[in-house]
Design a protein around this ligand. Structure first.
Ligand SMILES: C[S@@+](CC[C@H](N)C(=O)[O-])C[C@H]1O[C@@H](n2cnc3c(N)ncnc32)[C@H](O)[C@@H]1O
Length: 464
């Protein structure tokens, strides 16, 4: 049968592919089905047709999978935040492990590596410690809102509709954040709406209000609010900060990041402190960590604690080793390993995160860690250290070939590779495979209801 764009198919969903879409087959052709879960029979409309595959969107669930649940969030069919909310949590964990195994086998040629069952997240809702809400002059209306009086389409503060950069759902509550975040967001929304200043147009690149980022520290239930604007205008943002600080004793920091960049990222070119402290303090593994608005910190605090326990177990430190923590962020892994190592050297590109890391060493009275600021490949080239162990926790893109070469030249006895992207993990393990044997991979779920998965791989040097 020749399939065409716009055609509606009746499909049995056989599995889930990495990225989160359902998998179906029609006459030997693979169809990726948005909104289809394994075991579902759906009607789906094709929106893209290629020679070897088609992409479709489920428009009706004809027979629901036994793994399908009623999603508790009213935005779940429309929001890009968590697309697996209708899938039973056990099934999510099953597929996450499978996606790691499949990536290792198909991309890395490493099908024989042991991949353990996914460690679950302690919390499956209210687990995120950081949320980034986007302002838009184009609000995407839910079907229930269409035509309702007083609901306009010209203002949105919330999360993106999947696959779009300019359509924003105006979110009143997000189940991934602790509920106080909803109240704070609501107050910020009300202020912005009546401020007389326009929200940023994601197509026109004009307007003032850009993002609202909320950070939560589980320790002490503290919050940071980061208001991101296109220009610096203290008279517009200071009254908002003052009102928030007065209303919520849990808010301990309000900052204003300013960015004129057209990129849709909430990182400012400059940052002003509007009230409270410039950082928020989180506790992980018994240590305190100061975190700035723009520093990386794992977004599921309790999940991160589990992840770091696996890292420590895989590092197998005896107390004397020199360790490099490559891509160290605010120094979490370096500082958590310090008590079991001789010396730890952390390397990180974001200056604010390196400052956080240095200060985190001081506030936890740790003296055998030092931190170098700069690009991983460059810093490794100039570094005068012979590590016995390297922990490597890169961004989604994985390791640059130059970094791979430097790691091979440094030749540590053991590598612990922490990854948020099974595809680049598999690619990089294959590039290291001549000298390093992957012993085991442990997936850890930090992102319930999404297809994202964190994994820790333990690699041993081959030969002496
Ligand atoms: C996945 S995070 C890991 C952070 C840390 N290990 C943790 O668990 O909190 C990756 C870190 O790499 C940093 N980074 C990205 N590109 C880099 C580069 N080329 N050189 C050094 N650091 C980089 C990011 O700023 C971020 O802090």
């Amino acid at each position: 049968m020749a399939l065409k764009k716009g055609q509606i198919l009746d499909l049995e969903i056989a599995g889930l592919v990495f990225g989160g879409r359902g998998l179906a087959h029609v006459d030997g052709l693979t169809v990726f089905v948005e909104g289809g879960l394994p075991g579902d029979r759906v009607k789906a409309r094709i929106h893209r047709k290629k020679r070897r595959y088609a992409e479709a969107r489920a428009i009706e669930v004809v027979d629901a999978s036994p793994h399908r649940l009623a999603a508790p969030c009213r935005y779940s069919d429309f929001c890009g935040g968590c697309t697996w909310q209708s899938l039973a949590y056990e099934t999510q964990l099953h597929y996450k492990r499978r996606h790691v195994s499949e990536a290792l086998a198909h991309i890395g040629g490493l099908g024989s590596v042991t991949v353990y069952p996914t460690m679950p997240s302690e919390r499956v809702f209210a687990y995120r410690n950081k949320m980034e809400f986007t302002c838009s002059d184009r609000r995407w209306l839910l079907p229930a809102e269409l035509g309702r009086e007083g609901v306009g389409g010209d203002f949105g503060l919330g999360l993106h509709v999947p696959g779009t950069f300019y359509k924003v759902l105006d979110i009143e509550s997000c189940l991934l954040q602790p509920s106080l975040g909803d109240a704070i967001l609501d107050d910020v929304r009300a202020y912005i709406r009546t401020s007389g200043l326009p929200v940023y147009g994601l197509r026109s690149h004009t307007g003032f209000w850009r993002f609202v980022m909320l950070r939560h520290a589980v320790a002490g239930d503290r919050w940071m609010v980061n208001i991101v604007t296109r220009a610096s205008m203290p008279r517009a943002v200071q009254p908002l900060a003052d009102a928030l600080l007065q209303r919520y004793p849990q808010i301990v920091s309000v900052v204003n990041n300013v960015t004129a960049s057209k990129a849709g990222v909430a990182v400012g070119e400059s940052e002003a402190l509007l009230g409270g402290a410039p950082v928020i303090v989180e506790t992980v593994g018994g240590l305190d960590f100061e975190i700035s608005a723009n520093s990386f910190f794992q977004t599921n605090t309790r999940g991160a604690e589990k992840l770091y326990r696996v890292v420590k177990a895989y590092a197998q430190l005896s107390g004397s080793e020199t360790v490099i923590d490559l891509y160290c962020g605010t120094g979490t892994i370096a500082l958590l390993l310090a008590g079991a190592a001789g010396e730890v050297v952390g390397i990180e590109q974001v200056p604010a995160a390196v400052e956080n890391a240095r200060r985190n060493a001081r506030i936890n009275s740790i003296s055998n860690c030092r931190f170098a600021a700069g690009d991983a490949a460059q810093v490794l080239t100039g570094l005068d250290v012979r590590p016995q162990v390297m922990v490597i926790d890169p961004p989604r893109a994985g390791l640059h070939p130059k970094v791979i070469r430097r790691v091979l030249a440094l030749s540590p006895a053991r590598i612990v590779y922490v990854s948020c992207n099974p595809a680049t993990l598999a690619r990089d393990l294959a590039l290291l495979a001549e000298n390093y044997a992957p012993k085991a991979v442990q997936p850890v779920d930090l992102f319930p209801h999404t297809h994202h998965i964190e994994s820790v791989a333990q690699l041993e040097r081959k030969g002496p």
